[in-house]
Design a protein around this ligand. Structure first.
Ligand SMILES: Cc1cc2nc3c(=O)[nH]c(=O)nc-3n(C[C@H](O)[C@H](O)[C@H](O)COP(=O)(O)OP(=O)(O)OC[C@H]3O[C@@H](n4cnc5c(N)ncnc54)[C@H](O)[C@@H]3O)c2cc1C
Length: 425
């Protein structure tokens, strides 16, 4: 698949100036070979290059081609699982470390933006919104957990308070938090790539890895060359597909779409989201939205378990946006695009090793903007010899998706069930 075959995203159209990277030609030896130039791979490459390792990043397309250059830009806190459930699975002590890791993931975004001077419209402030009472009850439970884990800068919102924070009647309750936020995701990704290159990493674009050897001396093979390394980091996530079947069987690539309006007037933008927060609702098929740096409404959602692109993405997405913001019915729609989110069966990220010196992390299940950067950091730590935090995350065992090669139809049926559930009071 080539980037030019796809609808242009708002992010590509507003990307910061950046230089391209050559394709791999011939065979090279490095300390660490990284597959994939998204947040996961680039984050590992950056930390390792800063620590003095020689690093080669192989990217099938261009930097940020995958989810990292297409996402909702929402810097989420926490996991797609309750901490209660996580404590049941790995015990209280390790769960406390897992919480500290996800907290640090969010901080890491802010730190890297500051340390490397990345120009990416970073803003703090986030709202989870409930469209029905039972979702508002879930948010109360979430607030209790957040407080238990030391987040005191959160606020539950009743219907009247929600109405002050958003120009929509679609919601009855909410949870506001200060520590999460939003960012121009592609510019953040390009900034990480620049930082990694400045630290000494080499990036090869248009260099799809065809196969990997994950033995004592890992190797990644492309059509025109091979990278031999002491360590390998697999950061291909939902875009890696069949290249590593063990990983692909434990991941479901799910399409999500985002619609961008024209830039809105200052008054309109203020009437929709006066606090300029990022927002996600509590539906299983989640709506997520925010204003861009140039005041467009970026409205995402509508997951699809089929791999088909809808023939008309605009008409596919617009009703979803106008159900929340009818006042945008006449707004001109400038961009609509999609991308693959990698989800796991239980929505916890999948960390692990394949062989003695090949590390992977994938399946951030819609929470990857910050968590994937942290995954890169934990893999870099493990390569440097400190694997305690990586090993805690690797404690989550991941079954293969039920249904084998029929998993897509099975999940389409599950989606119909959850979509109906979203519609019930
Ligand atoms: C539409 C959409 C909206 C989203 N919204 C949010 C959000 O608001 N907040 C949030 O937290 N998360 C969100 N996510 C998820 C988030 O974007 C991802 O979790 C995160 O970007 C994953 O980063 P990654 O580096 O692991 O994978 P990716 O960014 O997908 O990078 C993988 C890279 O590997 C490359 N690659 C794959 N196979 C090979 C190969 N064989 N050889 C060489 N290179 C290869 C790909 O080309 C790609 O560039 C969203 C995702 C999508 C698609």
């Amino acid at each position: 698949m080539n980037a030019s075959d796809e609808p242009l995203s708002y992010y590509r159209a507003s990307a910061n100036a950046h230089t391209g990277h050559p394709a791999l030609q011939g065979d090279i030896d490095v300390d660490v070979c990284v597959v994939g130039a998204g947040y996961t791979g680039l984050s590992a490459a950056l930390d390792l290059a800063l620590a003095g390792y020689s690093v080669a990043v192989l990217e099938a397309n261009v930097v940020g081609y995958g989810a990292s250059g297409r996402n909702g830009g929402q810097i989420c806190s926490g996991y797609s699982n309750s901490m209660e459930r996580i404590e049941e699975r790995i015990g209280k002590e390790d769960a406390a470390m897992a919480w500290q890791i996800v907290d640090e993931a969010v901080e890491l975004v802010g730190q890297r933006v500051a340390d490397h001077g990345i120009d990416c419209d970073l803003k703090w402030g986030y709202m989870h919104l409930a469209g029905k009472q039972r979702q508002a009850d879930d948010l109360e439970h979430m607030a209790e957990e957040y407080t238990r884990f030391g987040h005191d800068d959160i606020r539950l919102l009743d219907k009247a308070a929600v109405r002050e924070k958003i120009g929509s009647d679609a919601y009855v309750g909410g949870l506001w938090e200060k520590r999460a936020g939003h960012v121009h995701p592609l510019n953040y990704c390009l900034g990480l790539a620049d930082a990694a290159v400045k630290a000494g990493a080499k990036i090869f674009e248009n260099s799809p890895v065809i196969s990997v050897d994950t033995g004592d001396a890992p190797k990644a093979h492309t059509a025109n060359g091979t990278v031999s390394a002491k360590f390998m980091v697999l950061g291909g996530n939902a875009y890696l597909r069949d290249t590593v079947p063990f990983l692909y069987r434990r991941l479901m690539p799910v399409q999500s779409y985002i619609l961008a309006t024209e830039p809105l007037s200052e008054n309109m933008a203020k009437s929709l989201l006066p606090g300029d927060e990022a927002v996600a609702d509590c539906n299983f098929i989640v709506n997520y939205f925010r204003l861009s740096g140039d005041r467009r409404m970026l409205f995402g959602g509508r997951a699809s378990y089929s791999t088909l692109q809808p023939s008309d993405l605009f008409s596919f997405m617009k009703p979803r946006m106008t159900a929340v913001f009818p006042q945008l019915g006449d707004a001109k729609l400038d961009y609509c695009w999609g991308g693959y989110i990698g989800i796991t069966v239980d929505r916890m990220p999948h960390f692990g090793r394949l062989g003695p010196s090949t590390y992977f992390a994938q399946g951030f299940s819609g929470h990857g903007l910050s968590l994937s950067g942290m995954a890169g950091r934990l893999m870099a730590e493990a390569i440097k010899g400190q694997s305690e935090r990586f090993d805690v995350m690797a404690k989550f065992k991941h079954p293969i998706f039920p249904g084998g090669r029929f998993r897509t139809p099975a999940l389409v049926l599950a989606m119909v069930y959850y979509r109906l559930k979203d519609m019930l009071p």
